[in-house]
Design a protein around this ligand. Structure first.
Ligand SMILES: NC(=O)c1ccc[n+]([C@@H]2O[C@H](COP(=O)([O-])OP(=O)(O)OC[C@H]3O[C@@H](n4cnc5c(N)ncnc54)[C@H](O)[C@@H]3O)[C@@H](O)[C@H]2O)c1
Length: 266
């Protein structure tokens, strides 16, 4: 019951990492609002959880929808204790231009920033007033890609880098104001969720593609959604009450070094 009586909103919670966070938060005593654009999947997640959850349709890039959900939360609960700005897209697939710095269309650059970055900005903006009287925890989903360049997903990488920086501004602003709101980032890498389907495919080449990725991970395997969800649980709980403006890497050791690190000849 590490989140007993806390009210939490998790965006992008219809599947993948967000779904796992929602389930673990509810199991630890929180009431969880599962917010996503994939309605039928989100409703199923809420039903699986039971009375400690409800689903809300929320396109995180739409400011009017944030205003609406914030006023509903104010009316229903009077406050918000935890916000996980988890919703994100990678921008690969048939209806996207190639995501390299030379070919990425300006529209697609804006499209990915609207969801991944504006979504986080808006989430923080509308959560602060709901949290400032009682304190709270904002958890923003960045990525390993926010620290290193990603030549074929440059828009995605740009959003994830900006999320890290904005989280620090939010953290310091809330300290200055004495709001008791903490804001931290999670930086996962190589977590097996549907976001990988565009990169791994679904046919026989998939196992080979997974092997190729896992060969670059020091721990030798991709992570699971719950690996990220347990870090989110820590940041959501009062156990992390002295953490703000910080980042937690959940990446099987990927960012601990580089493949080109020097080795003795024998
Ligand atoms: N899986 C990984 O390896 C990995 C690594 C680093 C960071 N991340 C980040 O973790 C977060 C979750 O990713 P995932 O792997 O679970 O992906 P996923 O694709 O399985 O889930 C993302 C969810 O976000 C929702 N979403 C997309 N656009 C939305 C919008 N406009 N409004 C509301 N919801 C929207 C989707 O419907 C989906 O349910 C993302 O921010 C992603 O960038 C994932």
């Amino acid at each position: 019951m590490r989140l007993k009586n806390k009210i939490a909103l998790v965006t992008g919670a219809s599947q993948g990492i967000g779904e796992s966070i929602a389930k673990i938060f509810a199991a630890e005593g929180a009431f969880v609002i599962i917010a996503d654009v994939k309605d039928s999947k989100g409703i199923k997640v809420a039903n699986d959880i039971g009375q400690n959850a409800r689903y809300a349709h929320l396109d995180v890039s739409d400011e009017l929808k944030w205003k609406k959900i914030a006023s509903e939360i104010k009316k229903e609960f009077g406050r918000l204790d935890v916000l996980v700005n988890n919703a994100g897209i990678i921008g690969l697939g048939e209806d996207w231009s190639p995501q390299n710095p030379e070919a990425c269309s300006l529209d697609d650059w804006h499209r990915i920033h609207a969801v991944n970055l504006d979504g986080v900005f808006l989430g923080c903006k509308y959560a602060i007033p709901l949290m400032k009287d009682n304190g709270g925890s904002i958890i923003n989903m960045s990525s390993r890609s926010g620290l290193v360049g990603v030549p074929n997903a440059c828009g995605y990488a740009s959003t994830k880098a900006a999320i890290k920086n904005h989280s620090k501004s939010v953290a310091l602003y809330c300290c200055e104001k004495g709001y008791g709101i903490r804001c931290n980032c999670l930086c996962p890498a190589a977590i097996m969720t549907p976001i990988w389907d565009e990169m791994l495919g679904t046919d026989i080449g998939r196992a080979e593609a997974i092997n190729a990725i896992e060969s670059t991970i020091p721990m030798g395997k991709m992570g699971l959604p719950e690996d990220v969800a347990y870090a989110a649980l820590y940041l959501a709980s009062d156990e992390s009450k002295y953490l703000t403006g910080s980042e937690i890497d959940i990446d099987g050791g990927v960012l601990a070094g580089t493949a080109s690190s020097p080795k003795p000849k024998r």
